[in-house]
Write a protein that binds this ligand. Structure first.
Ligand SMILES: Cc1cc2nc3c(=O)[nH]c(=O)nc-3n(C[C@H](O)[C@H](O)[C@H](O)COP(=O)(O)O)c2cc1C
Length: 151
């Protein structure tokens, strides 16, 4: 699960540690599917497409908007790699606090954003007796074509 931090005609943006498990997976295969599920509304939206890196200036701007402790955490965390004890992480966090004391925290080089460029967007809505509706939009010749899928 990641936070969706931007959306628009250019695509859907999230931020993470590029050396995390998902970062390594995206480096090997820069494609992703995003799933948004609203249980109470009985709806979901699935978006599939290729993935590109967000421009450094945009990642800098978003990183600067985060709380200072989140910024420090991005430096202290080797996201997705084994951690021997919580105390190690807390010690690393304190070291980073001291390192940047009295200064702005810069964006770590391994932390950035990814943009999913949608090729397929499927709107799923629940219907009684599992007779659900699935409406699919697919990129075609610079536009979108629309169709239905069996549930
Ligand atoms: C509500 C919620 C929001 C999250 N948002 C992010 C996020 O924006 N970026 C991120 O890297 N991890 C986020 N996480 C943590 C990820 O789900 C995940 O644990 C982490 O990115 C490591 O995943 P990986 O080992 O598959 O790379 C969030 C978790 C939750 C529960």
């Amino acid at each position: 699960m990641v936070l969706l931090k931007g959306h628009g005609p250019a695509g859907f943006v999230f931020y993470t540690n590029e050396e995390s498990a998902k970062g390594a997976q995206l480096a090997a295969n820069p494609r992703a599917a995003l799933l948004f599920h609203w249980k109470s509304l009985r709806r979901q939206v699935r978006i599939e497409g290729s993935v590109e890196r967000v421009a450094a200036a945009d990642a800098d701007a978003y990183f600067a908007s985060r709380s200072r402790d989140s910024q420090l955490g991005a430096w202290a965390s080797d996201q997705s790699r084994p951690l021997d004890s919580r105390a190690t992480f807390e010690r690393r966090f304190k070291e980073v606090q001291q390192r940047f004391e009295g200064a702005d925290v810069p964006r770590p080089p391994h932390w950035g954003g990814y943009r999913v460029l949608p090729e397929r967007i499927e709107f799923w809505s629940d219907r009684p007796h599992r007779l659900h509706e699935r409406r699919l939009f697919e990129r075609q010749d610079g536009g979108w074509c629309e169709g239905l899928l069996y549930p």
